[in-house]
Ligand binder design. Sequence first.
Ligand code: PEP
Ligand code: MG
Length: 571
Amino acid sequence: RGEVLRGYAASPGIAVGPSRRFHTPALDVPEGEGKEPAIELAALGSALRETADAIAGQRDGVAARAGEHEASIFDAHLLFLRDEALLGPARAAIGDDGLTAARAWRDAVDEMAATWASLEDEYMQARAVDLRSVGDQVLARIIDAPVPAPRLEAPGILVAADLTPADTAGLDPEMVRGIATAHGGPTSHAAVLARALGIPAVVGIGSRLLELAEGSMTAIDGEAGEVRIDPPADVVAGLEDEARAREERLATLRDRATEPAVTLDGVAVEVAANVGGPDEVEAAVGAGADGIGLFRTEFLFMDRAELPDEREQEAAYRAAAEALEGRPLLVRTLDAGADKPIAGLEQEPETNPFLGMRGIRLGLERPELLGAQLRALCRVAADHRLRIMFPMVATTDELAAARVALEEARAQVGDERAPGGGAEPVIEVGIMVEVPSAALMASTLAGDCDFFSIGTNDLTQYAMAADRGNEHVADLNDPLHPAVLRLIAITVEGAATRDRWVGVCGELAGDELAAPVLLGLGVRELSMAAPAIAAVKHAVRSTSLDDARALASSALACATAAEVRAMLASP
Ligand code: PEP
Ligand code: MG
């Protein structure tokens, strides 16, 4: 029934079409001596300027379509064009060795990219890919060849080893019906942008994908994380029907998306959106979000040389709050480290970054960073409904220390206010429950905070000891494993002893099949990628709490994730 390749679900939807590789014209650098160094240097200079202009233009286009924070990735590309570590050797090769601008530039890029690519660090390897793509753009201009804009020559499914942000930003959704990549995780820039552009995508499929002949009939299911190669005609017809039916169903569900989600027996559930920046809030509200249940602030800090200062952060959080028009805004303090590297934040290399200095650990180690963020948030809280959440909390001491930092920030901001200038803002304070120790200690942690939001992405990887970005252990990494569900149950029970509410903001929250189980376990807030809201609200409205509780206790009694899934598929 055709070969099936599995990867990571990166952007939902079904797409069927011939596989297409990017066609990037190979650049032949002419042999021969350089002209006078001054002429070659001028050629290099103007190619650099033209490339910078082109990237800046692309940046603005992405900012308009997908938002400012997604566009900031191009700022990092612009920095390459000013990097002395690259320009110095290129100029020296022209001036001292008499090379042409083209050869000097190509050699300098090759050397730096090869060094980065040889490092263990995945982030630097990805930077090497970006550098080569920017380097090619400059080279093309020097030799007056067409700039190798990666493109599809005909509509189909884009198949690639990996995609740089520039590749993805230039994608024409008319041509690219779907995306399949051999490498990269579901949190890569490519995946994030694919979601923003609404193109179904599966990533991290493995190198078998790259052996496919151009034009192989390919069907991708961005929800299942599956790619079918050469499926028989009846399977294709079936998938096409499925895609149509999916779209029709979603269109119907979207009609009621902005109404509240209340179970059959009258329990209101907050269904919120996860966002990476303020510019996504309006669309989230349009998609039915009752609020923002996770503002991942990392995106404000990523791919830029200088970190955002207090005022810039305040403006971003304030813009998000304003767009919500009174709905709650839950902001997570910076969750840097491991799979969320921040270029502008120097960190020592670690052998196990996932078990290292990340999340609140990093925040407490750099009080000036956490303090600035908390002060920005306290200022916004004076005027808006705000929830603050700390990531990766593992111990009561961490929570206590984070609360001290918050109180300090609150006092500093309070001192700025004129005497009698309004009441102390009310801020709900919570933690992510994504480290198993926090789940197990929930009843104690609940004594020192107002809510929990369960991060099933990390909670699953730590409970199952399975890297969420490693395709070889993807089967272990199932948030519906009874072990994870039991941790959720313990968290909710712990919270209940203090009357605290519990939400889920990991990917599981956006899974409509999982919604009744989560409600049955006692979860009362679900936060997800905005396009999932309509279907999850529908799932809530179709459930009674009694049925949900029965389903949850059956799920807890299962032995495997497969058993849980089988039960949910045919209750
Ligand atoms: C999680 O871990 O489930 C979560 C929501 O946080 P992130 O995906 O940003 O790590
Ligand atoms: Mg997490």
